[in-house]
Design a protein around this ligand. Structure first.
Ligand code: FAD
Length: 375
């Protein structure tokens, strides 16, 4: 039996595992990453790559804003194929209720130094001429960005390898108590093991409460200038929060190639990877309600992916209370591309005893263990 030893063993080479590897080597730790598949080929390859500040809770805001700033710092190092573009988000308001949400968000972001502009209907139409008439307005967040997630994950992992990280293309069959068993019989011993397997996290650690939340996306042929910002309906927030019903929302993104990435849907309890044509049709119809000219574009590919959802919409970042050697970095739901860099920082702070730059308590896995025990 071959055995290797490291400071940190990271299981999963999605964007979260890759960011953790990059951060570990930056702090001088000896690291191995294990994944049977290509880097960034899980949910990371299925996601939209919207780097977005969100304010569903103060904890969500803190992690998304911290992470967005880290992406901005990394920007100069990112290769061209990561396609990082600071195109901004426009949250689109369809009615007076959503316009009140625009003003609430405006106050929240302004109080926290996030640049933003309230748009009336005519300004909204000038910025995005393909939106339908009759919308009420919107909120522009200019610092939000988009990128191509699999290339971002590959960049982070390759950079960590250039600085000494090892990568094993194997499946992990068992982990815990300082030991990771690989499918080829190799045993890895590490002071810390990071479970960064996204929606599969509870397969390796059955006590970890993660549910799969399926999403669909569609991409079009090239239509340069058709969409200029990431456009998201404010009704998205209502659908994203529903933890039972299937939902769709208008959410479109301009790609550097001129393609339009169209989302998005959310489904619980749908475990097969296949495209659900009913949900897909609802999603595309919703997009056309906001941008009628989308009816004439060609969609060239559709796909699905699984978000890793926790019950309180916050990720698990930190030690698993039942095993001192085990750290979790999972449960990022629809924000794991955005929050990968912040996750890596605060996870490695906990490994090295560093001082985190944001409060970490909201993300500690112990919050769920305590709650479950209490119930
Ligand atoms: C439709 C959709 C749209 C999204 N849009 C956005 C967005 O716009 N912005 C945003 O920030 N986020 C978005 N997300 C969320 C984002 O994609 C995820 O949160 C993120 O990719 C999670 O990364 P991860 O590294 O945790 O997981 P993954 O990318 O799933 O990586 C986990 C890895 O673990 C590996 N693995 C699993 N089991 C094992 C094992 N036993 N042994 C070894 N390796 C294993 C897998 O092979 C995989 O490579 C979206 C997600 C979906 C589905």
């Amino acid at each position: 039996m071959k055995s290797e030893s490291y400071d940190v063993a990271i299981v999963g080479a999605g964007i979260v595992g890759a960011a953790c590897a990059d951060e570990c080597v930056r702090r001088g730790l000896r690291v191995v990453v294990i994944d049977p598949d290509a880097v960034g080929s899980g949910a990371t390859a299925s996601g939209m790559g919207h780097i977005v500040v969100m304010d569903d809770s103060d904890a969500q805001f803190a992690l998304t804003r911290y992470s967005q700033r880290l992406w901005q710092q990394l920007r100069a190092d990112l290769p061209d194929d990561v396609e990082y573009e600071e195109c901004g988000t426009i949250w689109v308001a369809a009615d007076d209720e959503e316009m009140r949400e625009v003003w609430r968000k405006h106050e929240y972001y302004s109080a926290r130094d996030v640049s933003n502009q309230v748009l009336d209907e005519s300004r909204l139409r000038r910025l995005e001429p393909n939106l339908r008439t009759g919308l009420k307005g919107g909120l522009l967040i200019p610092e939000d960005a988009v990128l191509y997630p699999p290339c971002a994950a590959r960049f982070l992992l390759e950079r960590s390898q250039q600085r000494g990280a090892r990568f094993h293309t194997e499946c992990v069959t068992r982990l815990g108590e300082g030991r990771v068993d690989l499918s080829d019989g190799v045993v890895i011993r590490a002071e810390f093991i990071v479970n960064a397997t996204g929606a599969s996290a509870s397969d390796l650690n059955p006590g970890v409460e993660i549910k799969k939340r399926k999403g669909h996306l569609a991409i079009t042929d090239r239509y340069h200038g058709f969409v200029r910002h990431q456009l998201v309906e404010l009704g998205y927030l209502k659908s994203a929060h529903s933890v039972t019903a299937d939902s769709v929302a208008f959410n479109v993104q301009p790609r550097r190639t001129g393609q339009i990435l169209i989302g998005s849907s959310r489904q619980y309890g749908a475990e097969d990877k296949g495209v659900d044509h009913d949900i897909l049709a609802r999603m595309l119809n919703r997009a056309q309600e906001y941008m009628p000219a989308l009816a004439s574009v060609s969609v060239i590919r559709t796909w699905t992916g699984f978000r890793a959802a926790t019950s309180d919409q916050l990720p698990f970042i930190g030690p698993w209370p039942k095993d001192n050697s085990l750290m979790l970095a999972t449960g990022h739901e629809g924000l794991g591309i955005t929050t990968s860099l912040g996750t890596a920082r605060i996870l490695v702070d906990q490994i090295t005893g560093g001082e985190p730059q944001i409060p970490i308590e909201p993300y500690l896995p112990s919050r769920r263990v305590r709650e479950i025990t209490h119930v």
